[in-house]
Ligand binder design. Structure first.
Ligand SMILES: *Cc1c(COP(=O)(O)O)cnc(C)c1O
Length: 433
């Protein structure tokens, strides 16, 4: 049996984040002011973000140091393990070597605390007392609730209503971490009231919840807003994942041929893949492949248009150049709530447009079949979102079986599915749409 576990000690937690913008042939086009359509200056973002995060958002420095206070909180759960999926390899009877990085070992169960902790820290340092945010399935809200509690701040979460109803346990987790949680659309904001007047049964969407959270943040002096994906500073904070994987693949004595991650707004994929993508951008590894996997029901990269669009539904955010299904698109209520977003990170959009990475779209039935196969072999119940990456990793491993190639496939298991049991129940009982 080949070695399965590649573990790091807390001293090996990275001391700096990697900013891929420094190495891109063409940096992503700048965000535009929604009124004037001129590139946005830092002061335009000051009502919603602290200056340290705005500087990171606009930075072209390759490396940005991780503050000791943030690294100390990372030590609650980092470094995270890398495993070789020896049992899955055997079950698939593939010559491929399959590895996965597991980001589900922290209290909220996904990669999201990597940025939540950093954002809470910079807000606290700038005097913010209250953070507002949106959440889809609840992973981001749980992450930010935990981070706000650590730094002694209030947290208000606008939770997409269909997830609030389908996933009550995440709401309870957020409340246990001390957050206020509201099903969005709410009657607390002008925008929520407008949506409910048009459609009282609106299931909500991330776009709507973002509008509500921003509306509250700009209407109060003590509050700022926090976003869990899409933006450059969020992707930056997530690169601790891939920097650890680099060390772990060295321990394994292998280098990847294919890196795979699921893509909602793009943050876990970016954090996992960018530290390897710099080897492709530098010309050192020209054939290295990257695949971002999305749901067929919300195929932003595969079917969207590359154009300037709003990040939210009300049109309160800057215009971002990104792959988008349109800011008015309300995705179907699939179980992968974290992947129900109309847009995609501008950095990932630019890299996809430049042909540096590929995209794949998979169906809900196929991802649950992959999730269950993975659970049977590896003993971890994956998040439905992460199962998109598993599904494509299995597809690639089966191609290796056909061709007889022993490729090294590495994917990011972005979170566990222990709070998604109702989705598994619906799959197990054959009721899944
Ligand atoms: C939120 C979430 C995602 C999707 O968000 P990205 O920003 O695309 O990473 C994926 N997996 C899990 C487990 C999540 O919680």
């Amino acid at each position: 049996m080949p070695r399965r576990q590649f573990l790091l000690t807390e001293d090996q937690i990275p001391t700096r984040w990697y900013n891929i913008v420094a190495d891109m042939k063409e940096p992503p086009p700048p965000p535009l002011h929604p009124g004037t359509r001129e590139p946005l200056g830092p002061e335009a973002l000051a009502p919603i973000f602290p200056m340290a995060l705005i500087e990171q958002e606009m930075s072209t420095e390759r490396w940005i140091g991780i503050p000791d206070e943030v690294r100390d909180v990372y030590k609650i759960w980092r470094a995270t393990p890398l495993y070789r999926a020896t049992r899955l390899e055997k079950d698939l009877d593939t010559p491929a070597h399959i590895y996965y990085k597991y980001e589900g070992t922290n209290p909220s169960g996904s990669h999201k605390p990597n940025t939540a902790v950093a954002q809470a820290y910079y807000n606290k340092a700038a005097g913010t007392r209250r953070l507002t945010t949106e959440t889809g399935a609840g992973q981001w809200g749980s992450a930010l609730s935990m981070a706000c509690k650590v730094f002694g701040m209030e947290c208000v979460v606008y939770m997409v209503r269909c997830s609030y109803d389908q996933k009550p346990y995440r709401k309870m987790l957020m409340q246990t971490f001390g957050a206020e949680v509201h099903p969005s659309p709410t009657t607390h904001t002008a925008f929520g009231k407008k949506i409910l007047a048009e459609d009282p049964d609106c299931p909500g969407s991330l776009g709507i919840a973002i509008s509500e959270a921003i509306e509250e943040a700009v209407s109060r002096d003590d509050a700022k807003y926090s976003l869990g994906s899409v933006l450059n500073h969020v992707l930056l904070h997530q690169t601790v994942i891939g920097e650890e994987v680099r060390l772990q693949m060295e321990m394994a004595g292998e280098y990847p041929d294919i890196l795979i991650g699921c893509c909602g707004g793009g943050s876990n994929f970016a954090g996992f893949a960018f530290p390897f993508m710099r080897d492709k951008l530098s010309g050192e590894k020209p054939n290295l492949r990257f695949i971002g996997v999305e749901p067929e029901a919300c195929p932003t990269l595969s079917k969207g248009k590359y154009e300037y669009d709003f990040g939210d539904t009300a049109g309160m955010t800057p215009l971002l150049k990104m792959y988008t299904l349109g800011s008015q698109f309300v995705p179907p209520s699939i179980h992968s709530g974290g992947l129900r977003y109309h847009g995609m990170s501008p950095i990932i959009s630019a890299l996809y447009d430049q042909g540096v990475m590929e995209a794949a779209a998979v169906s809900q039935k196929n991802i649950f079949a992959a999730a269950v196969k993975f659970a049977h072999n590896e003993g971890i119940l994956p998040a439905p979102e992460s199962s998109h990456a598993i599904c494509t990793a299995i597809d690639e491993a089966l191609k290796c079986k056909e061709s007889g190639e022993a490729k090294v496939i590495v994917f990011n298991l972005s979170g566990h599915g222990l709070l998604d049991l109702s989705a598994y129940d619906s799959y197990n009982s054959g009721k899944m749409a």
